[in-house]
Each structure stands twice: as C-alpha cells, then as structure tokens.
Design a protein around this ligand. Structure first.
Ligand code: SAH
Ligand code: SF4
Ligand code: F3S
Length: 481
C-alpha cells in the first residue's frame, strides 16, 4: 500500500534506480523540480486536467495519474485551458474515438496561444497501432503518448516529455507486471474503485478490450485487502471491485482463490459498509457467488450481468459461451435466491448476421428478466476483432429498427421494475448535492437506484434512511426519515 513518500530524501545526483516503484519515486522527485522551476518562470502554479473517456477502469487509472500529478506539484483543475491536458481514451466503440479527435482539434487552437501547453494521450485507444499512425501524421502537436500497460511509468514519461522537444511515444504490447504502491487521487472521499484484476482473456468476437488491455492478471488478495483497509481508515465506506470479468478472479494466482472467497475476505473489513463489483460474465458466475451475495450484509443488491444478445445463434457468433436458455436459467436462479436484487445489463444490436427475429429474442429475454436498467449499444466494428472480418454486416436501417424497438421495451420494463420500491424506506449513500437543485442531495440505494431528496452537504458520505416517495422512471424523489 502506498504510504506518502518524502521526495526530499531522494538524491537526484544519483542514477535512477532500476527497481519499481522506487524508480518512479526518483522521477517524481525530478519532475517536482521541473514543475517548481516552470512555475517560477511563469509566476503561477502549473495546472493539469484529466479528461477521462470510457469505463470505471479508465476512471481509476485517471485517479492514479492525478495522484502523481498532485504529488509533483501540479494544481489540478477541471478546465482544458490547463498547462498539461491529458486524455485517457477509450476505444470500445468508434464514437469514443471520434470524440477524442474532435477535442484534439480544439486543443490545438489553445496550444497555439500558450506555447507551454502540453498534451498527453493515454488509455485504450493508444494501444492501436493505426491510431498512433494517425496522431503522428495529423496531430503532431501532441507531446506524449503512452498506453494501458505502462501508466505506472507516468512520472518518468513526463520527465522525458518536459526535457525533450519531440513527441514522446511509449506503448507496450502487453505486460505481466503489476506495479503497486504509487499515489492515487480520489474523486469521492467516501467511495472508491479498487482494481482486483487487469486485462481480459475472453475474446468476445466483437470486443477490442482483450487487445488493448492485455491478458488477465489478478492482484494478490493480500494487496487488495490492505488497500481497502487503508481506504476505510481514510473514510471510505463503499468500494467497487473492478475487473473485466470479476468472476474469473484468482485463477492465475500462485495460490488460486475464487472471487466469492475474495468477497468474503473483503466483507470482514471493519468499517466498510458496502461492496460493489463490475463486471460479471454470465458464463463464470458460480453458485458459490450467489450464496455469498445472498448471505452478505455488505454486498450491494445489484448485479450487472451483460446479456449482449438474446439469440443463441448470435451469442455463439459473439463467442459468449452461453445460450439464451442458460442465461435465463441463471437469471432465474439469482432472482429465486435473492428476490430483491436489481439486475442490469449491456446489450449490443447489429452484430454481424443479426436479424430482426434475433432482436425479438433479445426483447423476450428483457421482458422475462425484468432488468432495472439496460445499456443498449449499436454494434461498432473494431478493426482486428474476429467480428470485423465477418461478411454479413447488418445494414444501418435494420440496426436502427431493431435498436429502437429494443430501447422502447427496455425503458418500459425498467420503469415498471424500478417503481416497485415506491413507498418503501431504504438506506441511501449520499453522494453529492443535486446538480440541478441545490436544496436536494443525491443518494444511491444498495440496488444502485438513484434517489434525490431534500438535504444538505453535511449528509455527503453518510448512509441514511430515505422514504422513496415517487418514482420518475430511473430515479426516485424521496424524503429523509
Ligand atoms: N467486460 C465487460 C464489458 C466491457 S465493454 C463485459 O464483458 O461485460 C462494455 C460494453 O460495451 C460491453 O458489455 C458491450 O455491450 C459493449 N461493447 C463492447 N464492444 C462493443 C462493440 N464492438 N460494439 C458495440 N458495443 C460494444
Ligand atoms: Fe470484452 Fe468480452 Fe472481455 Fe467483456 S468479457 S471485456 S465484452 S472480451
Ligand atoms: Fe473503453 Fe478501455 Fe474501458 S476500451 S470500455 S476504457 S477497458
């Protein structure tokens, strides 16, 4: 676990250590000198901003990068006028990529007015060679590019960037290393994501994640527990255990351990009140996990169980390794064991070969499972994945028709399902002042549903009882009890 290191004790006249993370501490000390000098020149603090795209993994990575930036003396701001802007990118669907290119154009015009401005790009998109080619050619004003496997080297990469005139690029194809014990920032003081594993070995045929995040690696359980204990001692009451497929946690450890066993260890941590996790692959969800969830006092009553498609033909082509019937049986088993659980899901429409009849099968599953929420995506062709080479890509109009139909059913069923709690009193973790009305606060129920109710900032970070008065689609208006 990272204990605040004293950068003053590092001797910069020596060569940098070869061992990690000591090597990064050395570069943090060095960068701190550079930041001091630059700030003196400019007569103001150097500022930095993180712009994060994509999933919780990226959000967590950005917190790590911000932790380092703060430690070396940057002022963290929320504005792209900052002296250092970094984009932590996502490439799961093409629209995420397009947004990055659009924003880069805008940054270029800002950079022309501030010659000290630096632009860094990292994250999943940078693991694609075609992206790097494009940036080199059309966005040559970018100062630093690195990938998902070497973010722990951020301090070292920044030092290289600030001491060189050229674009610095460092991308690794894969890694088997997990470097711990670096600083990290937290967006919320009371809840925090915790990586339990990195990478993915599933190779769903549409998905680029295994190519850009590398092979599956589980963190040592002792390190995970120590990290959570430390977080709890700092006031965290809710953790979200993060992995692309948490149900296969621990398989590659020297002393294998199941995800359910890890959860039981996390449950024992005194002071921790809520445990969440993301994401569960249906093929690996064990009976042991269902029992552990059922008997737990801390694991939230919510399971995100991506369906992707309801037709077995499409599921097979997607390489999901379950059938429609197996998925339905699993959902039923979970609902029987834990009746009040909220199930949410991800669905893709327009996978190669998918017909409107196939989409009808997806709709059937949605109606039967009764999700509390479903994220619906239009299939996006990702270069290098098996599905991109499939010949039967679906015409846009057919995709749109299926998508609209599905969305309607998803919204109707979710509305009905979410409203079942009307009138009940439930515990809500208060997260923030409501964005639109500052007489309200926004809290989250164990089952992940949002509730807005009258309250003030003193409630933030507390779990309070709230009466769920009115359901408005996906959220509630409530009152404090
Ligand atoms: N590991 C997680 C998902 C990570 S990506 C899991 O297996 O559930 C998040 C979601 O993006 C996926 O569940 C899927 O629905 C969607 N997705 C992934 N690749 C996609 C693609 N090529 N086109 C459209 N949606 C995609
Ligand atoms: Fe992608 Fe499938 Fe891995 Fe999820 S499990 S990250 S969808 S390959
Ligand atoms: Fe996107 Fe990478 Fe997450 S591709 S969804 S940010 S793992």
């Amino acid at each position: 676990m990272y204990k605040d290191i004293d950068l003053d004790n590092i001797d910069l006249t020596q060569e940098p250590p070869t061992q990690e993370p000591q090597r990064q501490y050395y570069f943090m000390a060095k960068m701190r000198e550079i930041v001091k000098e630059k700030s003196k020149e400019l007569g103001r603090p150097l500022s930095a901003v993180a712009v994060t795209f994509g999933c919780q993994m990226n959000a967590k990575d950005s917190e790590k990068l911000l932790g380092i930036l703060r430690k070396i003396g940057f002022e963290i701001i929320e504005d792209e006028s900052a002296d250092l802007v970094f984009f932590n990118t996502c490439t799961v669907r093409d629209n995420a990529n397009q947004r990055v290119y659009g924003r880069l154009g805008f940054l270029h015009s800002m950079k022309k007015k501030n010659s000290d401005k630096k632009i860094a790009l990292c994250g999943c998109m940078m693991q694609e060679p075609s992206v790097i080619e494009k940036i080199k050619k059309s966005y040559s004003f970018v100062d630093l590019i690195f990938g998902t496997h070497n973010i722990y080297k951020f301090a070292e990469l920044l030092t290289t960037m600030y001491t060189s005139e050229r674009m610095v690029i460092d991308i690794w194809k894969d890694t088997d290393q997990i470097v711990e014990d670096l600083p990290s920032e937290r967006k919320f003081s009371f809840k925090c994501g915790v990586n339990i594993m990195y990478g993915c070995n599933n190779f769903c045929s549409y998905c680029i994640v295994p190519y850009v995040r590398g092979r599956e690696r589980s963190r040592n359980p002792k390190d995970i527990i120590r990290e959570i204990e430390q977080l709890v001692s700092e006031g965290v009451v809710e953790v979200m255990l993060l992995g692309q497929n948490v149900n296969s946690y621990g398989k590659t450890l020297e002393e294998p351990m199941t995800f359910a066993e890890l959860l039981q260890e996390v449950e024992k941590i005194e002071g921790l009140e809520r445990i969440r996790f993301m994401t569960s692959h249906p093929k690996d969800l064990s009976d042991e996990l269902i029992q552990v969830m059922k008997n737990s006092k801390k694991i939230c009553k919510h399971l995100h169980l991506p369906l992707q498609a309801g037709s077995t033909k499409i599921l097979t082509a997607m390489n999901r390794r379950y059938t429609k019937e197996q998925y339905l049986a699993l959902a039923k088993k979970i609902r029987t064991e834990i009746p009040d659980i909220a199930l949410t899901t991800d669905i893709i429409v327009g996978f190669p070969g998918e017909t409107l009849e196939d989409v009808e099968e997806t709709i059937e599953v949605v109606k039967e499972v009764q999700y509390d929420n479903a994220f619906t995506f239009i299939y996006s062709k990702r270069t290098g994945t098996p599905a991109a080479a499939m010949e039967n890509q679906v015409p846009e109009e057919v995709v749109k028709e299926g998508f609209d139909k599905l969305l309607k059913v998803v919204q109707e069923t979710a509305r009905e399902r979410v409203s079942r709690l009307e009138g009940q009193v439930q515990g809500a973790l208060v997260e923030e002042i409501n964005e639109h009305d500052n007489s309200l606060v926004t809290g989250r129920l164990s089952n992940n549903t949002i509730v807005h109710f009258p309250g003030d900032a003193s409630l933030i970070g507390k779990i309070v009882d709230v009466r769920l008065k009115e359901c408005h689609g996906f959220y509630y208006i409530g009152e404090l009890i």
